[in-house]
Structures are given as C-alpha cells and as structure tokens.
Design a protein around this ligand. Structure first.
Ligand SMILES: Cc1cc2nc3c(=O)[nH]c(=O)nc-3n(C[C@H](O)[C@H](O)[C@H](O)COP(=O)(O)OP(=O)(O)OC[C@H]3O[C@@H](n4cnc5c(N)ncnc54)[C@H](O)[C@@H]3O)c2cc1C
Ligand code: SF4
Ligand code: SF4
Length: 1015
C-alpha cells in the first residue's frame, strides 16, 4: 500500500518503539501463526483485511501489521505478550469511528467490537454497570431498557462507538453540560499494561500504603502523583484550559483536581481510571469498564430559539445556559436549508423553523417534573424577549415532535457530508472549545479565516459547552490541500489559545492534533505527558505516535490520498457521472461507521449477521478504493478476495438511503459483478437465475413436473449440485394459471362501479406473473372496484412479457438488463407521456424503474418514468388522501396486521404507505416489524453457499417477531422473497398488501366477518 515505507519512517521517527519495527512487515506470517496458535478469535493478516483496517473516520491511512479480533479478554493479554516479544506495537480498536487518526498505525490492531460486547454485571441499586470494551453505547442502553437507567454520554456515533473507544477518546455528547464527558462517568477500568500487568484502575486512597493491587500499579500511582505535583503550577495557570471540553493530552488534571480548578480540598485520593480515559490506546488495553449510570429523565421540553443573525445566536448562548438546560444545540441557516430540501424532513422543518432565521438554538430542559420543565421553557421565552427577540421561540412539548427535530439536526450533518467531488468538509478543527463569552467573536473570526483561504464551513452542534462543529471544505487530493489545512489549523488554534480555549474539545488528538499540544499547553505540560507515557509504557508498545511524539499532521504520506494517489480509469457498465466516475462514488465513504449500527433500519444486514468489517458497506467501499488505486496489487479488483468482499452484499440498498454520504453499494455490486463476469464467466446456477424472464413461460407450462423438485428430496439435492440452489429451501412454485395481460380487459369490463375515469397502468413483474398471479389479480380487483381503468402494458404483438431486468442486474448481466429496461421503457412511454401512473407490486422490480433504469438508460425518458412510477400502496395512499380512492371497505375477521417491509421499500422511504392503506380497513390494527433485510434478497438466500447467513439475517429480528405474532394475525410482506423467507423460517404464510385490501373491498360488498387468510 502506498503509505508504507514513508509512513513507517515518519510515524516512528521520534518514538522509542519498536526497535525492530522494520523487521516486522505488514502481514508477517510468523506473528500471524503465533497468534493463531495462542489466541481464540480471528487473525486477519491478508492484504485485503489489512487494507480495511488502515483507515478510520479521519483523513489518514496507515497499513497495520495485522489484525486480531479476540474472543476473550485472556486473548488480549496473550496477544500483548506475543507482540512485545516480536517487537510489534499494539493498537486497541473499537468501532474505528475516530476522526483524528487514533486508530491507524503500523501495529497489530486488536479490534474488540466483534466478540467482546458483553454486560459483565449490573447493579441498578447503586447505578453501576460493568461492561466489556467492545459493547456499543446503543447496545448498552438497549440492555438497560426497563431499568429506568441509562448511560448518558450521548455521542452522535452511539450506534457503533464502543465503550472502550469512548473511554479511549474521552467522548462527550450533546448533553455533556448536564452529564459531563466520559471522564466524569467512568468509575473503574480493568487494564492490561505493556509488561503484561493486569490491574484494576479506580479510586486510590490518599495514603498509598493502604492501596491494593500489583506492585507495578502502586508504583504507577505514586509516579503519577509526582508528575502532577511537578506541574501543579502549569496546570493551575492559563496554559491548561479550564473548560469542560478539554480532551487533549492526558488527564493529569484529575490527579489533583482541587489544585487545578481552585476547588476546596474535598477529596481524599484520586481515581486512576480517569487518567486512562482519553489515553487513546497509548497507556494500556482496557478489558473491562465500570460505568456510572443515570436515571432516565421522564420529562423533556424543547424550545427552538430563532435569531436573525448567526452572531446574535452565539452571543445569546451564555445567557441561555443560565436557565439550566440539558442541551443547547446550534443549527445554522445552511443546515436548515439542506434539511428543507429533503422531502421527509421538510414537514418537520416547516413546523419548527419560522421564517428565514440565520440560526436556531435547540434548547432542551429535562428532569423528573414535567411542570418544572414547562416553567423553564416559559423562562426561556421571557429571556429571549429580554434579549430583544420577542416571540421567537417555538415550543416542542410532544415527545414525537422533539424526536423528529433531533433527527433533523442529525441528518443535516449527513447531508453536508454527502458533498460530491474532490473538495470535502474536512475534520481537523471541528471541536475546538472556547468560553461562552467568546463564542460569537470566535466563530466570526474563524469564518473570516476560512474566507481568507477561499473556503467556507457550516456550523452546528454543542453551543452549550462552546464546542461548535465546523468543517472547512478542502481538496486533500490537491497538493496544496494539506498546506491549506495546516495554515487554517495554525491560525485557528492560535486564536483558541488567545481565548484560553481548548484545541481538542471532543474527538481527541490522534495524528491531527497531537502535534499542537506543545504550542497549546506549553513544553512543561507536554514533557509531563511524555513522562506519563514513559512510566506506563516505557518501550512505547501501545499506539505510538499519538498524544506524545507525533508526526506532522500534514504529512501527506500518512493520508488516505497520499502524493501520487491515482485511480485507474475503468470501463463501467452503468452511469456514474454524478460522482465524476465510479472511483468518485467509491471514495464517498469517509469511514464514519454508520453502517455498523444495529437499529431498526436496514443497513447493513450482512455486517449484522457476521460482525465482520469485510461484510460492511465501509469495508467494501474501502476495499474497492484500495483496489482501484492499485494499493492491493495488480488485478485486485477481480481477485477472489474482492469477490469474497462483495459476496454477502445482498443489494438491499440500505446504504443508498442510510449511509450519510450515500454510498450506493448495491449499484457498485452490479458494476463489480459485471466486471467479474467478463473475466470469470457465470456458473450454471447464476445463468439459471439471470435468464428467468426468458424461460419463465416455458417453465410455467411444465409447472407440475418442475414443482416436483419441492417434494422430491433427490431432485432438490440434484438442483444443489448442478445449480448451487440450496436443497434446504423450497423454490417458488411455477403456476400454470400465470397472469395473462388480457385479464385486465376482462376485469375492467366486469367492474360494476361507476368509474372515476382515471387510468392506471399496472406493471406485472415476472415474479408476480409466474409465481403469485393472485397478487396481480388482487391489485386489479381493488383498482377496478375503486373505479380505475386498469391497463396492463404488454410487449408489442407476440413479444415476451415485460420485465424490469432485475434478475439480470442481480447477476451483473448489465447489457441484458439494459435490453429489458429498453423494452419496458418503450412499452410504458405512451402512458407516461399521458401522465398515467405506472403502478407495481414487487418492490425490487418497481424500484428498479426508479433507480437502476436511470443508470442503465440515463435521460429524460427514464427520468419521466421514475417520476411517474409508484408502488401499488403508494398510489392507493395518495389517491385516498386526495379523495379519489374511496371504495367501500368492511372490517375483516382478523383485527391485526403485522407488516415486514422489503428493503427497497425502506430504502425509498415507501413503507409508510403500506401502513396507511392497511389502516383504510376498518378496525384493523397495524404493527410494523422493526427488521432489517429478511436475508433472502432475491436469489441470494436460495443459493446453498448463502443459506446459513441468509437464515442468520432473518433470525436477527424478522423471524422472532413473526413467531411471536398471534395465529390470528395477518402477516403482510410485499416482497416475494420476504414472503418465502417467512414461510421457510416459520412455516407461516405472509401476503401482499393488495390481497388484504382485496379482501376488505370484497367484504365491503358483503357482510362483516368474511374470512381473511392468516399467517
Ligand atoms: C460522524 C461522527 C460523529 C461523531 N460524533 C461524536 C460525538 O458526538 N461526540 C464524541 O465524543 N465523539 C464523536 N465522534 C468521534 C468518535 O465516534 C468517538 O470518539 C467514539 O467514541 C469512538 O468510538 P469507537 O468505538 O469508534 O473507538 P475507536 O475509534 O475504535 O477508538 C478510539 C480510541 O480509543 C482507543 N481504544 C479503543 N478500544 C480500546 C480499549 N479496549 N482499550 C484502550 N483503548 C481503546 C483506540 O486506540 C483509539 O485511540 C464522532 C465521529 C464521527 C465520524
Ligand atoms: S459506507 Fe457510508 S455509513 Fe459506512 S462508513 Fe462509509 S460513509 Fe459511513
Ligand atoms: S446494499 Fe445492503 S448489504 Fe450491500 S452494502 Fe449496502 S446495506 Fe450492506
């Protein structure tokens, strides 16, 4: 990889360790073999895995020597011992979401996030919990549900940030003004030191004679006290920022805090765990953490304060914090405008933003008593009047409204990150903290510095504690980009120093900030930091080059885009022009790690099932980027290791919607498969899947014979050995009564409604047509009964039935898919030209019209079709809303519907319509399963090689929810493969939403209580 030799020299140029570093090369097979023999867990030393661990959410890239994912804490100890003997540094890692380069280095990277995710003990009475370091913040808070307690360091990356990493960085959240930083919430840390000593770092008494623990630990405590005493004067001086948001350097202020902060001497002893917090993996390896929990505040109110100018907003913060808010967060005009541009956020923004303010402050009050929080909100309104902004506060009392507002604040950042092109918002001064009285002047001056360097930034986040996030836009591929970054950093930090502020106020030091400790803290304090490091880790085993003895922050050889970075131009099958080419789309991944989350949304199901970086959107994007830029050797793009990297991507499009920068891995997989096929060809099974639309009419004619495969195990076994289709699966059954286009004419003629004169084009996809024609018939019945003239567009006389080409896309046969798309586009063109809506039933097919068609056949025709196409339920919901769809619905015998959304419905934010139309059925209670991908994903789950992982994906949430549903619940799933998976996994039957509506419409003409099929 490109950062290799140069990186090694500069990273370790001033470090002691490791003397033999040059001898231990990345991928060292001796080290790998020793680790495999001695440790349980995953040992990843191949070039592709090393590449995936060479970046974090910073601008840097350094190839590690290898990666270990330990299964037990004991494996960490063993690995440290082996690394010490082999002369290899050790780099602890959690989610790798650090923004400053803390988790990249020429070292053995030890990632705890896969296996070490346990809660070790919970003491609700004393509000304490002990956890393993790889557990995420959200994972912990999920487990605390129902206890009335939570862990309150609410950082934005809580979905993937591990508690080990949060402690490593001394992370802080939006509500730090109320709850403090990690350092204020960590009680004790179990730590392995570089010499192998295991010690529990925690409270130590004033009298060290009474201290328990290994001798080495007791020595360290004494040494730390000595170091702190030696620089007491410096720490008490202006050199040490007296702000909550000081996370730079080591927390030596925590050894004698009464002296540093001028407090009365109210403590006996100190807490050694606080010194480890914020140490960025440089002092020891945390194997367990004891944390303080807080009660969940039952009452919250939110006031949105509007300001005509940004400056006025900044000047008001110091007054607002006097009202004891739990958060004061800034959203500036650019963010507001960006959020207004997103359809799903516009209604919320229009509700909480009045007019065109230059900035708003979101001011939250929280506590036990709702009345108190309302009174505080009233005081906020008064205060704003006193400050000269009467009538400028919008109240948000309703919790759902509050959540929607917080969501907009989060997503606004995501939109900023989605900027295409080489200039990107770069994080390097984004968490400076200044005293509140200087906030207005500081932001004003920094904006002027940006202008001086021909750039700009968008401001947001933690106004309450003087930490505003801002990322100037810089092109780091440009040779001058790093120099601009450095120049801005130097001017910004000098200004921060003037204000007695903190240059590192949230995200830590890493490679980007450590170099500035000397000018900011002064040499005496930095020498003390070095003493701390050397006392803990005399050989410099742990994470060298961070906090002390760092390289230059603008050393381009350490960056993701080093000098000479170039991507090879490749011939692509799809249109990537919006990103300036395929490489531009791949480079959109900035490693923020959102794809590691495990919440109710979709992204990334393969990672959720395996826990492997390789099966993560980020892992795939990084691997593609490294291959495209030649950093994984020649031909890497078509190597088996690349195939393995892309293999478990199920094309769910979760990332297209949920990745903050819009990395569209599903589309990239099509491109990859296309290139792969050209080199390696397709297997028999892949051909069978791809060409389904072509042979479907003949197969349907042979339905009874072909369907025997599902009843005769020997045939299933034969299918597995010939085609790779799992014998453990049933296959969709062919139907002789497949849907004929002429059925629409008959249905229209039969419709005895008075007709509303509106035409609708029903696109019947290949799966619906040949496997479940009853769904098309149901949709036809519902629409004709509601008075629509339904036409089913057909191919010109004698032509094969229309198809969107989905199966060809799934197998990377882009040219064949394009031919299908062209046929469909031509057939639908007359309807689209007349403004007739094109309605589809199968999500993966309908959304192909709105997504891949634009990349297959870019141009006005595809765009017009995309704008005119809709899922059946979206069409019905919109028509019902406007009063045009109003057939008589009657209640069904079933009173509950449980809905599972297809990934593409979720990716296109179309799930709401399913619940909306089901609610048209009187007395039907609608519940939606919080599920990711069902695991079937078209043909993916049918393949023998994917069967197990497919079932694992389904078992994460979908199948347990289905099993828990009462037998009289109707299970609704629009995806044909989702319905199949539900049946295979639980034996229960799910139906398309059109079938539920059909029953209710039919019942509307009969008496209440007609039978509906249940799951
Ligand atoms: C979009 C975005 C938003 C962010 N928002 C916030 C925010 O609101 N607040 C905030 O504070 N930060 C924020 N961050 C920064 C980052 O997410 C946090 O610092 C987070 O806590 C890091 O957790 P992690 O598991 O990814 O740790 P990693 O990045 O993997 O590691 C962090 C540090 O801890 C060390 N470490 C990890 N595990 C151990 C261990 N077991 N023993 C010893 N050391 C260990 C590592 O060596 C490293 O130095 C944000 C980052 C991004 C990309
Ligand atoms: S793929 Fe998207 S969500 Fe995942 S790390 Fe990259 S940018 Fe973040
Ligand atoms: S398409 Fe789905 S499986 Fe593939 S990377 Fe994106 S979220 Fe993951």
């Amino acid at each position: 990889m490109s950062a290799s030799a140069g990186a090694l020299g500069s990273v370790y140029g001033r470090a002691k360790f490791p003397p033999g570093a040059a001898a231990v090369k990345p991928g060292d097979s001796n080290l790998a073999a020793r680790l495999r023999r001695a440790c349980e867990g995953d040992v990843l030393f191949d070039a592709f895995s090393r590449g995936r661990y060479s970046t974090d959410a910073s601008i840097y890239q350094i190839e590690p020597i290898g990666v270990l994912l330990p299964k037990r804490a004991a494996d960490i100890e063993t690995a440290i011992a082996i690394a010490r003997e082999e002369g290899v540094p050790v780099l602890p890692r959690g989610g790798g979401s650090s923004q400053c380069g803390q988790t990249v280095g020429r070292a053995l990277v030890v990632d705890t996030s896969k296996y070490l995710r346990g809660v070790l003990s919970l003491d609700t009475e004393n509000r304490r919990v002990r956890v393993e370091p790889g557990l995420t913040l959200d994972g912990l808070n999920k487990r605390l549900r129902g206890t009335g307690l939570f862990f309150p360091c609410d950082i934005s990356t809580g979905s993937r940030a591990t508690l080990g990493g949060m402690a490593g960085n001394n992370s802080c959240g939006s509500r730090s003004i109320r709850y403090g930083n990690m350092v204020h919430n960590v009680r004790a840390i179990d730590c392995v030191l570089s010499d192998g000593t295991r010690a529990s770092f925690g409270e130590v008494p004033e009298d060290l004679g009474a201290l328990d623990g290994p001798e080495r630990y007791r020595d360290l405590v004494g040494t730390m006290r000595g170091i702190a005493a030696g620089i007491a004067g410096e720490l008490a001086s202006d050199r040490w920022p007296k702000l909550l948001r000081r996370v730079g350097g080591y927390n030596i202020d925590m050894i004698r805090p009464h002296e540093v902060y001028g407090l009365g001497r109210n403590q006996a002893g100190h807490n050694m765990a606080k010194l480890l917090v914020g140490s960025e993996g440089t002092l020891g390896f945390f194997t367990g953490l004891e944390l303080d929990l807080s009660p969940v505040p039952p009452a919250r109110t939110l006031g949105i304060c509007h300001f005509p100018t940004f400056y006025q907003a900044m000047a008001a913060v110091k007054h607002i914090v006097g009202l004891d808010p739990s958060a004061v967060e800034l959203v500036d005009r650019t963010m507001i405008e960006l959020a207004r541009d997103i359809a799903i956020f516009r209604p919320t923004v229009d509700r909480f933003v009045r007019g065109e303010p230059d900035a708003v402050l979101l001011v939250e009050f929280s506590g036990d008593d709702a009345g108190v929080q309302r009174r505080k909100l009233a005081r906020l309104v008064e205060l704003m009047g006193d400050l000269g902004f009467p009538g400028s506060v919008v109240d948000a009392i309703d919790p759902a409204f509050q959540s929607a507002i917080w969501e907009v604040r989060k997503q606004g950042l995501n939109i900023m990150m989605s900027m295409k092109g080489d200039g990107k918002p770069v994080s390097f001064i984004e968490d400076c903290a200044v005293p509140l009285e200087d906030l207005a002047e500081y932001t004003d001056r920094l904006t002027r510095i940006f202008h001086k360097y021909g750039t700009k930034g968008t401001w947001y986040a933690h106004a309450s504690v003087g930490t505003l996030h801002v990322r100037p836009i810089i092109n780091l591929k440009d040779p001058g980009g790093a120099a601009t970054m450095r120049a801005i950093a130097e001017e910004a930090f000098a200004m921060v120093r003037e204000y007695k502020g903190s240059h590192s106020g949230e995200h830590g030091d890493g490679l980007v900030r450590s170099e500035f400790h000397e000018p900011m803290f002064g040499s005496a304090i930095v020498r003390a930091f070095e003493n701390v490091k050397d006392s803990f880790d005399p050989d410099g085993l742990f994470n060298p080059g961070k906090i002390v003895r760092p390289p230059k922050m603008d050393d381009r050889s350490l960056m993701r885009f080093p000098p000479g970075y170039r991507t090879a131009p490749i011939e692509t099958a799809l249109d990537w022009s919006a990103w300036g080419g395929f490489a531009g789309a791949v480079e959109m991944c900035n490693n923020n790690g959102e794809c590691r989350k495990a919440d109710a949304e979709v992204m990334c199901p393969s990672y959720r099932a395996t826990g492997d970086e390789m099966h993560l959107t980020r892992g795939r994007a990084n691997t593609l980027r490294l291959a495209l830029s030649g950093q994984l050797g020649p031909e890497a793009l078509l190597a088996d290791a690349m195939h393995d990297t892309m293999d478990l991507c199920v094309g769910c499009k979760g990332c297209k919607r949920e990745c903050p920068t819009g990395v569209d891995m599903a589309r990239m997989k099509i491109e990859f498969r296309h290139a792969w096929n050209r080199r390696h060809g397709l297997s028999l099974g892949e051909r069978l899947i791809a060409h389904l639309p072509r042979y479907a009419p003949y197969a349907a004619a042979l339905a009874p014979a072909l369907n025997l495969r599902n009843r005769v195990p020997a045939l299933a076994a034969l299918g597995e050995s010939w085609f790779g289709l799992s014998r453990r699966r049933s296959l969709p059954a062919w139907r002789r009564d497949w849907f004929r286009d002429t059925e629409a004419i008959a249905a229209n003629a039969k419709a005895d409604t008075c007709g509303n004169g509106r035409a609708v084009a029903l696109f019947v996809d290949t799966f619906t047509r040949y496997f479940e024609p009853e769904n098309a018939r149901a949709a036809l019945a519902v629409l004709t009964r509601a008075g629509y003239d339904v036409v089913v567009p057909a191919a010109p006389e004698g032509g094969r039935s229309l198809c969107c080409g989905r199966t060809y896309l799934a197998e990377g046969l882009v040219d064949e898919a394009r031919a299908e798309a062209a046929r469909l586009l031509a057939a639908l063109k007359p309807y689209v030209a007349r403004g007739v809506k094109v309605v589809g039933l199968e999500p993966s097919c309908l959304f192909t019209l709105q997504d891949e068609f634009l990349a297959l056949l870019p141009g006005a025709e595809a765009e017009a079709l995309a704008a005119n196409a809709a899922m059946f339920e979206t069409f019905v919901a919109e028509e019902a809303e406007s009063g045009r769809f109003a057939p008589a619905f009657a209640p069904l015998s079933i009173r509950t519907a449980l809905v599972h959304g297809h990934c593409h419905q979720k990716a296109f934010a179309a799930m709401g319509a399913v619940a909306t139309v089901l609610r048209l059925v009187p007395k039907l209670e609608v519940k939606v399963v919080e599920s990711s991908c069902c695991g079937m994903a078209g043909a993916f789950g049918y393949e023998a090689a994917h069967h197990d992982v497919s079932m694992k994906m389904a078992e994460i949430s979908l199948l347990p929810a289905v099993r828990a549903a009462t037998p009289d619940t109707v299970l609704v799933a629009d995806g044909t493969s989702c319905r199949h998976q539900i049946h295979d996994g639980t034996g229960r039957t799910a139906v398309h939403v059109a079938r539920v509506l059909e029953q209710a419409v039919a019942a509307g003409g009969r008496s209440e209580g007609d039978q509906m099929e249940t799951g």
